[in-house]
Each structure stands twice: as structure tokens, then as C-alpha cells.
Design a binder for this molecule. Structure first.
Ligand code: SAM
Length: 263
């Protein structure tokens, strides 16, 4: 059995959904988003949840095996997921159209090891979004691991308390995590850790105008507390100005709205 199948078998989707709450649904609904591209579909947890909540979801992943698993998981729950095999670095070659939102969840971005691949992937995400689209991307709190040592609160995010996770090795450029399963089997995954502010910088260098970072779904948090950070990166902040209720006199046009038309 592959790591993924084993992991999927152990995750109780209902418990995970409960632990995650309505955060992603609320963020998307509050901004009026409808079309969502899940670029790290994996076994389909978020694709299924968001489809069930009424969003028009496209499920992408670089792995055909995982997409097949996601499709099967969708079918079991009475839905047909729209799947696309696509590598983030060439995303726009394989997907069609532009999306209101992209999600890249469960520390997936740490699978990219090269700085140039990270920049390229973010540029592709940016290009696949509509002008006022948002990217929701999460990451482990590597800052806390570097600065205070490792502690696993995995169960809060994934609702998995049967698997222990510990880094076999970690430094600022590379991390190898060991996953130990109840039947005694062990798997290792290599990741490329990134500090929260480095991720925020990469997002803004990719062109995102406004980035908000939540710690375990909360807007305020002590830096070392959350196991995960979630960044919400807005492609354009112009529409926010308009939502803010700015007024123009009759016959006048707001330069920011003109700018928006040109985007
Ligand atoms: N989001 C899923 C969940 O919450 O259950 C888990 C995703 S898993 C941690 C990471 C996913 O990213 C894997 O399915 C992997 O195939 C995908 N991935 C990693 N690098 C990729 C790349 N360069 N292009 C496309 N997909 C990639």
C-alpha cells in the first residue's frame, strides 16, 4: 500500500472537516468566489468539501494516481470530480480558463525544492486567476521548528492522532519527515521548508497585491503557536478599494476603477 493510500485510510474525513470548520468555505463565500481550482487535490478532501458546499471545483494534481483516488473518493460521496493532471510549473498549459480562486493546501508547496520552481509555480497560479482572484495557500509553521524545536499538533489540522510525525532531519533548506503508522510501517517524505515571511515575500514578488496570513484559522496568534499558517493572497487590491465604499461625484470616474478595467 502506498503512503497516500495508507494516509487516506487513516484520515477520518468527517473528523477532519469538523476540525477545519467552515474557514475555507467562509473565505470563498465572503468574497463571492464560485470557480475554484484545487491545485493540490491529493486524495480529494478539499475538492469534495467545496463541491458539496456548492462551488464549481476543478481538481488538479501532478499525480495521476492521486487524481484517480480523488475521483474514487468523490464517486463514493455521490459526485463526479472534474480532474486535470497538471504540474504547477506548467499549469496554464493544461488547464482551461481563469478561476476565481486557487487552493493549494496541506503544506503541498513544500514539495517544490528549487527556488526557481517555486517562483514559476506561483507565477502560474497568478496567471490562472481572474483579475480579482485569490490564492489560498498553507504551510507548516517551519519558523517554530527552526526557532523552538519540533512539536506535532498534526491532529488539530488533519484529525489524525494515529500517525506520529517527526523530522528525521531539518535545516533551513531541507526537511525529511518520518511518518510512523500503527501497524509499525514507516514512510519518509522530503520537503523544502520555508519561513512564513519568505513565503509572503515570494507571493508578493509573484505579483499578489495583498497577503493576509492566518495562524491555524485565526487572524491573531502567537507566532510559535500554530502548527500551520494559511496565506490568502489577493491578485488585485483594486476591488477592495471599491468594496470599501469610495464615492465619486457625478460624471467623475475613479482612476482605480479605470485601472481595474485595464487589468
Ligand atoms: N490537499 C490534499 C489534502 O489536503 O488532502 C493533500 C495534498 S498532498 C500533501 C500534496 C499534493 O501536491 C500531492 O497530491 C502531489 O501530487 C501534489 N504535487 C506536488 N508537487 C506538485 C507539482 N509540481 N505539480 C502538481 N502537483 C504537485
Amino acid at each position: 500500500m502506498s503512503f497516500v493510500e495508507k494516509w487516506d485510510e487513516l484520515i477520518d474525513w468527517d473528523a477532519r472537516a469538523e476540525s477545519e470548520g467552515q474557514f475555507f468555505v467562509d473565505v470563498l463565500r465572503a468574497r463571492g468566489k464560485e470557480t475554484v481550482l484545487d491545485v493540490a487535490t491529493g486524495t480529494g478532501f478539499h475538492s469534495v468539501r467545496l463541491t458539496r458546499s456548492g462551488f464549481n471545483v476543478t481538481s488538479a494534481d501532478g499525480s495521476a494516481t492521486l487524481l484517480a483516488k480523488a475521483f474514487e473518493n468523490g464517486q463514493k460521496r455521490g459526485m463526479i470530480l472534474k480532474t486535470v493532471q497538471a504540474d504547477w510549473r506548467w499549469l496554464n498549459r493544461d488547464i482551461q480558463g481563469k478561476y476565481d480562486a486557487i487552493i493549494c493546501l496541506s503544506n503541498s508547496f513544500a514539495h517544490l525544492h528549487e527556488g526557481k520552481d517555486r517562483r514559476r509555480a506561483l507565477a502560474e497560479f497568478y496567471a490562472a486567476l481572474k483579475h480579482d482572484g485569490i490564492l489560498i495557500i498553507d504551510q507548516r509553521n517551519y519558523d517554530a521548528m527552526f526557532d523552538h524545536g519540533f512539536s506535532s499538533k498534526h491532529k488539530y489540522y488533519y484529525a489524525v492522532d494515529k500517525v506520529t510525525t517527526e523530522p528525521e532531519f531539518i535545516d533551513e533548506g531541507f526537511a525529511r519527515f518520518k511518518y510512523s503508522f500503527p501497524d509499525g510501517s514507516e514512510y519518509t517524505l522530503n520537503m523544502c521548508p520555508i519561513r512564513k515571511n519568505d513565503m509572503r515575500r515570494l507571493l508578493s514578488e509573484a505579483g499578489f497585491e495583498r497577503i493576509r496570513t492566518y495562524g491555524h484559522f485565526q487572524e491573531t496568534y502567537a507566532e510559535e503557536d500554530p502548527d500551520f499558517f494559511i496565506h490568502i493572497a489577493e491578485k488585485s487590491s483594486l476591488h477592495l478599494v471599491r468594496w470599501g465604499g469610495g464615492t465619486t461625484a457625478e460624471g467623475e470616474s475613479d482612476i482605480r476603477e479605470v485601472g481595474r478595467e485595464l487589468l
